[in-house]
Design a protein around this ligand. Structure first.
Ligand code: GLP
Length: 264
């Protein structure tokens, strides 16, 4: 796991966008694993700007999102379908039919989940998976205790995650209790993982993920086992870390930057 310290939220987003654009330009037909959540808004904003400036095209990209709520209208403003439409799909040149998001409204949720896995495999696997982290250390919607080798499936949200995601719904009662999420095993098969963590509410989970033991109680700690996992943390999220890590400036100034990304 390579940990990279960003000065603030904007620098974290811009460095992540730099890396994603670099990978897309290198392989225009790549398969991107995409994430949602407040942390990701600045990342998509930056990618959209790069696209408008002619620095990157997503015309050949296929994408798979991590997760979606069960039994929530895809047009509901808090659905991850809406999030992706507004923040990314309608702003760049990715063909909308190339964008896949788990279907939380299928009447055969389990079959749809295994089909999602099959579709990822048929696309050649995920080249680069973008990830956020929950306050309790979850990745996608794999809550603490989730099997570290799990696949796409239905999960029940923890009370803590329901509270964290309440602002998008107005009140806790309106937050769906069930979700469909890629599994931890699915995420671990991506060739690259790029995790973004921002703000003091994530500091404890970040400490456990990076400097704590590998445990299902902090699902994000599995990234310690990934050969190409990059974790960008801003200052507020990094306050509990005790070891020293490279800064964004140091990596950008490194004449061997391209090798930096080869190994975690
Ligand atoms: C959500 C999502 C995750 C996301 C995390 C953090 O529940 N399922 O994919 O990374 O929680 O979200 P935020 O960035 O809003 O803090």
């Amino acid at each position: 796991m390579k940990v990279i310290r960003a000065r603030d939220y904007d620098q974290m987003c811009s460095f992540a966008a730099h890396f994603i654009a670099r990978q897309v330009n290198h392989k225009p037909g790549m398969v991107l694993g995409l994430a949602t959540g407040r942390t990701m808004q600045g990342l998509y904003r930056d990618l959209v700007e790069r696209h408008r400036a002619g620095a990157v095209s997503f015309a050949g990209v296929r994408s798979f999102n991590l997760d979606e709520y069960v039994n929530l209208d895809p047009n509901h403003p808090a659905s991850y379908h809406s999030f992706m439409r507004w923040n990314f799909v309608e702003q760049v040149d990715i063909p909308p039919e190339n964008v896949r998001i788990p279907d939380g409204n299928s009447d055969r949720l389990l079959e749809a989940a295994s089909q999602y896995e099959a579709d990822i495999r048929a696309a050649g696997g995920i080249d680069l998976q973008v990830l956020g982290i929950g306050r309790n250390g979850h990745i996608a919607f794999n809550e603490p205790g989730s099997s570290l080798s799990s696949r796409t499936r239905v999960k029940r949200l923890s009370p803590e995650t329901i509270l964290s995601n309440t602002p998008e719904f107005g009140d806790p009662e309106s937050v769906p209790r069930y979700v469909v999420t890629m599994g931890i095993g699915t995420v671990m098969e991506a060739r690259f993982v790029l995790m973004l963590a921002s703000g003091s509410s994530k500091a404890k989970a970040v400490e456990q993920m990076i400097e704590g033991p590998l445990t299902a109680q902090c699902p994000a700690s599995i990234l310690q086992m990934h050969p190409h996992a990059f974790v960008i943390v801003d200052e507020a999220a990094a306050v509990r870390l005790t070891h020293s890590y490279e800064t964004v400036e140091e990596i950008l100034a490194d004449p061997y930057e391209e090798y930096f990304w080869e190994g975690a």
